[in-house]
Design a protein around this ligand. Structure first.
Ligand code: DAH
Length: 341
């Protein structure tokens, strides 16, 4: 019996040394230390052994058992540290490798232009006022001195909604009425940015939606000279201090008199080229003295108050400044275009 225990110990240790992974160690444990292991049977059989043999045999089997346990413990430990070592090697990162560049976000060029233009007006004391995109026929046309069937309405190709009398605003001018009705009889100096919609053929010059910036000043002594001076000051701040400007007589139903403002063509410096259609000038906005009817519709007595107004297309202005040839580039979402700004 003692001899068998010696043999068993040798066999066990040899097989343990050969076990290569955790699974093999588990199998080894079952075989040598499990319920039905040979060692267990020896211990169970001690009762049937003679009293003289029993102590030595018991002592020896316990020794073998403890030796097995210690050896297994050690093997498990070294296997675990080998695995850890392996993981650490595998997951090693080279901190000296160059990083992957991150895409940097940026504001859309239309937003950038809007903000630049609004910042200039804010500096000149104009408050930014936001008005709605969906308007009633009354605000978009009638209160701006264009009754139903007035031929001037043809200047704007309108998107009508299924609700009678409700349209998508064709310009930011209806905001003038909203501000006046809120503020009357206080003096006003505001700019109203916003998206406008027109049922138009989309071309390099015209989109069905675009941003406009409307301006409105109402007070007791506002003159056409104020209009010219203020708009010229704006053009100098936005396009550069030596930009030349001119005003041309025009017609809008909501202003009287009305004028369009041009800046000198920066491509040919006024000598004439395809960009300015050989006129030497580029139109940037419509403007005029607020029509007495419009003042009255806003709640201001035209005998006491006067004002000027203007409206400019901010994408158009951005096109002039950055020499963008096609207005469709703004909403085409082509990154090659957008990333230039
Ligand atoms: N609302 C006009 C348009 O969309 C632009 C405009 C012209 C606005 C003259 C004005 C103005 O305030 O006084 O074509």
């Amino acid at each position: 019996m003692l001899k068998r225990l010696d043999e068993l110990e040798r066999e066990g240790q040899r097989e343990l040394a050969e076990a290569r992974d955790e699974e093999a160690l588990q199998a080894w444990k079952v075989k040598y230390l499990g319920r039905s292991a040979e060692l267990g049977r020896v211990l169970d059989g001690l009762r049937s052994v003679s009293k003289e043999e029993r102590p030595a045999l018991g002592k020896r089997s316990n020794e073998v058992k403890r030796a097995f346990e210690t050896a297994l413990e050690a093997r498990l430990g070294s296997l675990a540290s080998a695995r850890l070592e392996h993981e650490l090697q595998r997951e090693r990162i080279d901190v000296t490798l160059p990083g992957r560049p991150l895409f940097r976000g940026r504001l859309h060029p239309a937003t950038q232009t809007l903000r630049q233009i609004l910042a200039i007006w804010a500096e000149m004391g104009f408050q930014v006022y936001r008005s709605r995109d969906v308007e009633t026929d009354a605000y978009n046309f009638e209160l701006l001195n264009m009754p139903a069937h007035h031929p001037a309405r043809d200047m704007w190709d309108t998107f009508y909604t299924t609700t009678p009398g409700v349209v998508l605003r064709t310009h930011t001018s209806p905001g003038q009425i909203h501000v006046m009705r809120e503020r009357a009889p206080e003096p006003i100096r505001v700019v109203l940015p916003g998206m406008c919609y027109r049922y138009e053929q989309v071309t390099a010059r015209a989109e069905i939606q675009f941003n406009q910036i409307e301006g409105l000043a109402v007070g007791r002594n506002i003159t056409f000279g104020d209009l010219k001076g203020t708009l010229t000051a704006f053009a100098r701040r936005y396009f550069g201090h030596d930009v030349r400007t001119r005003f041309r007589a025009a017609h809008f139903p909501f202003t009287e008199p009305s004028a369009e403002m041009d800046i000198e063509c920066f491509v040919c410096s006024g000598t004439g080229c395809p960009v300015c259609k050989h006129t030497g000038w580029l139109e940037i906005l419509g403007s005029g003295m607020v029509h007495p009817t419009v003042l009255a519709n806003g709640g201001y007595d035209p005998e006491e108050f006067s004002g000027f107004a203007f409206g400019m297309g901010s994408e158009r202005i951005s096109m002039l400044k950055h020499r963008i040839e096609d207005i469709r580039a703004f909403w085409a979402n082509d990154l090659r275009f957008l990333e230039q700004f």
